[in-house]
Design a protein around this ligand. Structure first.
Ligand code: C2E
Ligand code: MG
Ligand code: MG
Length: 552
């Protein structure tokens, strides 16, 4: 029965004495690839275990020989043919023929090990792309930093984010989005070296940790990474062109730990997006204070709106023929409770980026219309109220309704309202904007092109757009009397405006010489410190009572 049991047992069973096999069952012999004769009396455990486990094995055998049983342990077995497998050993001391021996069991655990490995992979790797995930990145990063410190080397962290990836998902579906990410991962992987770690943080965010890279070399890699996107991606029958934005931070200058370096690379990445995407940026410590400023600014702007901290100042628009104020431009100011008066150049672009420009712009429209109508009702000379409209605001759906609402609430005649748009606002998607412009025009609202000459206007559109006025940008007026180029540009705009039957106004007139030249050119209107700086509503009302404003 003993022999049959030993022959049938489906685990390896052995007896050791003097560090040699005294018995092995057929299952163990089969597992090791030797015959029982080859093993018994001739070989010992050290002959079938990989060398790195010899130390452990010697120690265990000594313990068993000394009569102490111990917990199970794992080691790596070598078969006769040289192949390996992991095994668990359970040994117990015994006395055979009056001398110390041990009886052991050997279990092949390759299946469990493979499962463990798979679990580790699932925990460490991104399921979609097969790239390391954040967890593994963090683990490797610790080693990379240790090595960089030892070798006094730098370590670059590159944060890569796809531009407008959401659009792919939204318009073509998530499975196309997923395929695109896999394709991107594959291409990116082909660029990195073996020592680099490319990980996916989730979404469309990829991270590169690259040891031994200083700034110049990192810039080189960043360029190569951008190049990867120069060819379109073919996914799900679509040819997709995507671009990345990259931010780079360098250990140890920009941080000592992964979290800080990632955060800083992320900040730099956002800067790259701001400068126009498909670009890379290095982190610089000013970025943080800048983004902090922005955060403060943003939350302050929100509060400013609810606390009524904005005011409008007004600057006269003067007709050069009659010398009368024929209009005023409403210019927003922020009366900050602690910082005092803040000019629009400092906050309008932040309001635009955060979308706060819409509620702010709506307020400006309503307030300007209300004030204009109030002046009419006070019996002051009728004039136009010019209001600046930001691109985002102009493109928001419902802008026409906002304008109509401001007019209706105030009771201002539509022809008294003039919207100032920049060339960039109207020329961008000119065909789409044409609809909005025409609708406003039909309502009777006047339209003018602000900062004219700084953008790029298509003459074809200019002719078709229902714009009644061009405002020559003040950069051409600044040196009008000394710079022949500025003079040429200004006079060209004046004659072009005339032939298109538009009114031309010169901005930023500060000197009498400039005014004289503009008059000679035949410019219709002017605005500038020479006449008046922007003033409060009361100041403006006083000025309107003192018409005519300038002598002919
Ligand atoms: P803008 O529409 O070109 O407004 C004219 C700017 O030129 C005003 O600056 C005005 O104070 C300034 N200015 C007028 N005459 C002179 C002059 O003789 N010399 C010089 N050096 N400057 C002169 P401000 O008020 O700082 O506004 C700057 C810009 O902010 C405006 O440029 C406009 O683009 C924007 N802005 C102002 N208010 C609003 C608003 O309510 N909504 C929007 N979206 N933008 C606004
Ligand atoms: Mg303006
Ligand atoms: Mg302007």
């Amino acid at each position: 029965m003993f022999r049959t049991t030993m022959a049938a047992a489906q685990v390896g069973i052995f007896v050791l004495q003097d560090q040699r096999f005294k018995f092995v069952n057929p299952f163990l012999a089969g597992l090791l690839g030797y015959s029982e004769e080859e093993l018994i009396g001739r070989m010992g455990p050290l002959d079938v275990v990989t060398s790195e486990y010899h130390g452990l094995l010697v120690e265990k055998m000594a313990l068993r020989a000394a009569g102490s049983p111990g917990p199970a342990y794992e080691l790596e077995i070598v078969r006769k043919d040289g192949s390996h497998f992991p095994a668990t050993i359970l040994g117990a001391p015994a006395l055979i023929d009056g001398r110390p021996a041990s009886v052991g069991t050997l279990l092949d655990i390759s299946v469990q090990k493979a499962a463990e490995q798979r679990i580790r992979e699932l925990a460490d790797y991104d399921v979609l792309t097969g790239l390391p995930n954040r967890r593994l990145l963090r683990e490797r990063f610790v080693q990379l930093v240790a090595a960089a410190e030892r070798d006094k080397e730098e370590l670059a962290v590159i944060f890569l984010d796809l531009d407008h990836f959401k659009r792919v998902n939204d318009s073509l579906g998530h499975s196309v989005g997923d395929d695109l990410l896999c394709e991107v991962a594959r291409r990116l992987d082909s660029v990195v070296r073996r020592v680099d770690t490319l990980a996916r943080l989730g979404g469309d965010e990829f991270i590169f940790a690259m040891p031994g890279f200083h700034s110049a070399a990192a810039a080189d890699v960043a360029r190569r990474l951008i190049d990867v996107f120069s060819r379109p991606f073919e996914v799900g029958g679509h040819e997709l062109t995507v671009t990345p934005s990259l931010g780079i931070s360098i250990f140890p200058h920009d941080g000592y730990d992964l979290e800080t370096l990632l955060r800083n690379a992320d900040t730099a990445m956002y800067q790259a997006k701001e400068i126009g995407r498909n670009a890379f940026r290095f982190y610089s410590s000013e970025m943080n204070s800048k983004s902090l400023d922005r955060l403060l600014m943003e939350s302050n702007l929100r509060r400013a709106l609810s606390q009524n901290e904005f005011v409008l100042h007004y600057q006269p628009l003067v007709n050069l023929e009659s010398g009368l104020i024929v209009g005023v431009e409403a210019l927003i100011r922020w009366l900050h409770p602690e910082l005092g008066l803040i000019m629009p150049d400092r906050f309008i672009h932040i309001a635009e980026e955060t979308g706060l420009i819409n509620p702010i712009g709506d307020w400006v429209l309503c307030e300007a219309c209300r004030q204009a109508q109030a002046w009419v009702e006070q019996g002051l000379p009728a004039m136009a109220m010019a209001v600046n409209v930001a691109p985002v605001q102009f493109r928001q759906s419902g802008f026409i309704e906002v304008v109509a609402g401001a007019l209706a609430t105030s009771g201002l005649e539509p022809g008294r309202l003039e919207l100032e748009l920049t060339e960039r606002t109207v020329m961008h998607d000119a065909d789409i904007n044409m609809g909005t412009l025409s609708a406003l025009h039909r309502m009777g609202v006047e339209l003018s092109l602000d900062d004219f000459g700084t953008g790029y206007s298509s003459l074809a559109y200019l002719k078709r757009f229902p714009v009644g006025k061009l405002k020559i940008d003040r950069s051409f007026v600044n040196d009008l009397e000394t710079d022949p180029d500025d003079w040429a540009i200004a006079s060209t705009i004046v004659s072009m405006g005339r032939s298109l039957r538009m009114t031309v106004l010169a901005e930023g007139v500060e000197k009498a010489e400039q005014l004289a030249l503009l008059r000679k050119m035949g410019c219709d209107m002017a605005q500038g410190f020479l006449f008046s700086r922007p003033v409060s509503a009361e100041g403006m009302a006083d000025m309107l009572r003192r018409q005519p404003f300038i002598s002919r």
